[in-house]
Design a protein around this ligand. Structure first.
Ligand SMILES: Cc1ncc(COP(=O)(O)O)c(C=O)c1O
Length: 352
C-alpha cells in the first residue's frame, strides 16, 4: 500500500490538485495568463510598505484586521462586523466551503467557471452540482437547486468575463434555500456589483480581492461581506493570524488611494475594448467582457496550437483543456504595448 492510499482520507487521495496558471521563473515573458494587473499598485502602498519593513515585523499581525475592516466599512457603507479579510479571496472561499458544505452536501455552480470551486468542494467531500451556462453565458435555468447548501457564482464570471444582471442574481439569492456566495473578484472592471444584497438577504455572501484591480496579487489580500451573524461564524474557522502584517499595511494604503486603482481599472477597460474589437476583426468570437480579460474562440486554428506557438514566442495566455473551452483562449489585459505585441504575433500566426 503506498503512502497516498495508506495515510490520506480517501476523497483527498483520489482528487487531483488545482493547477494555477504558469508563473514562469525566468523574466522576459509577456504574461497574459493569470489576470494580474499590468500596472503597479498605488505609490502609497510602496511608501507604507517601506515604513512597515523597518518596524513591527517582530509582532504578530492584528488578528481582527481592524484597520482594513474599518476602511471597508466606511467605503462600502456596511458595519465593520459585516466585513471579513482573508489571505486572498481564495482563503475566504475556502472558509465558506468549510463552514457551509459537509460530506455529501450539494454545492451548485454554473459551468464553466473558476475551476478552484470544484477543488474546494472535493476537499469537503461535498457533492458538486454543475449547471451549464447557456452559450452566451447567461444564467442557466435550474441554477436554484432545492436543498443545496451553497451556490457559487463568479460575477463577472471567469473565464468568460460576462456579467450577470443584478436582478437575476437577486432572484437566485431570494429563491435559494442555502447560501449564495457571489465572487466579485473582477467587479472593479465592470459596471456594477450588488453587495447591498447582504442587507436584504441573510443568505448572501460576497468575496472580493485586491489581486486584480488593486495590483496586489503578490500580497494575497481578499475581503468579504455578509451579515454580522455569518461573519461571526466564519471568523471561528479562519486561522487567527490569517493575513500577514505587510499585507494588512498594503491593503490599508490601497484603500486610502482608491483613485489610483480606479485610474488603472479605467485604462484596462479601454485596452479591453480595443483588444476585443481587433480580435473580432481577426475572426475570433469574443464574449462581452466586464473583467480584466477576454475569452476568445478561434476562427479555425487550434486554440491549443495557438497557445503553444505564443508561448514559444514568450507570450503566455491561458488555455483550458476542458469541455466548452477547447477552442478558446483567455487573454488577460496587459499594457497597451503588451497587447499590441500580442496582436502582432497573433496576426502573424494566423497568416502562417
Ligand atoms: C473568480 C475568481 N475568484 C477568486 C480568485 C482568487 O483570487 P485571490 O485569491 O488572488 O484573491 C480568482 C483568481 O484568479 C478568480 O478568478
Amino acid at each position: 500500500m503506498d503512502s497516498t492510499t495508506r495515510f490520506f482520507l480517501p476523497h483527498i487521495a483520489q482528487m487531483q490538485g488545482y493547477v494555477p496558471g504558469e508563473q514562469p521563473r525566468e523574466s522576459g515573458f509577456i504574461k497574459l495568463n493569470t489576470n494580474e494587473n499590468p500596472y503597479p499598485p498605488s505609490p502609497l502602498v510602496i511608501e507604507r510598505l517601506h515604513q512597515a519593513c523597518g518596524e513591527g515585523l517582530r509582532r504578530y499581525p492584528d488578528p481582527g484586521a481592524t484597520g482594513v475592516r474599518r476602511r471597508l466599512s466606511q467605503l462600502f457603507g456596511v458595519e465593520v462586523e459585516e466585513t471579513l479579510v482573508g489571505n486572498g479571496s481564495d482563503e475566504l472561499l475556502n472558509i465558506a466551503l468549510r463552514c457551509f458544505a459537509g460530506p455529501g452536501d450539494q454545492v451548485v455552480y454554473p459551468y464553466p467557471t473558476y475551476a478552484y470551486y470544484e477543488k474546494l468542494i472535493q476537499l469537503q467531500g461535498a457533492r458538486s452540482v454543475l449547471v451549464d451556462f447557456a452559450e452566451d453565458f447567461s444564467l442557466p435555468a435550474g441554477i436554484v437547486v432545492p436543498g443545496a447548501k451553497l451556490t457559487l457564482l463568479s460575477n463577472p464570471n471567469s473565464p468568460s468575463g460576462t456579467l450577470l444582471p443584478r436582478e437575476q442574481l437577486e432572484a437566485v439569492v431570494a429563491q435559494a434555500e442555502g447560501l449564495v456566495l457571489i465572487d466579485e473578484a473582477y467587479v472593479d472592471f465592470s459596471t456594477e456589483g450588488c453587495l447591498e444584497l447582504i442587507h436584504r438577504y441573510p443568505n448572501a455572501l460576497f468575496t472580493r480581492t485586491m489581486s486584480k484591480s488593486f495590483s496586489l496579487a503578490g500580497m494575497r489580500l481578499g475581503f468579504g461581506f455578509a451579515s454580522a451573524e455569518l461573519v461571526a461564524g466564519m471568523w471561528k474557522v479562519k486561522d487567527h493570524y490569517n493575513v500577514n502584517q505587510l499585507s494588512l499595511v498594503a491593503a490599508e494604503a490601497a484603500l486610502d488611494d482608491l483613485e489610483s486603482m480606479r485610474a488603472n481599472a479605467a485604462r484596462i477597460q479601454a485596452t479591453r475594448q480595443r483588444l476585443t474589437g481587433r480580435l473580432r476583426e481577426l475572426g475570433f468570437y469574443v464574449w462581452d467582457s466586464q473583467a480584466n480579460f477576454v475569452l476568445a474562440r478561434t476562427p479555425g486554428p487550434s486554440a491549443a496550437g495557438l497557445y503553444e506557438a505564443l508561448k514559444e514566442r514568450r507570450i503566455l495566455v491561458r488555455y483550458f483543456a476542458q469541455r466548452r473551452l477547447e477552442d478558446c483562449l483567455r487573454i488577460s489585459i496587459g499594457t497597451d504595448e503588451e497587447i499590441d505585441t500580442f496582436l502582432g504575433v497573433l496576426e502573424e500566426l494566423l497568416k502562417g
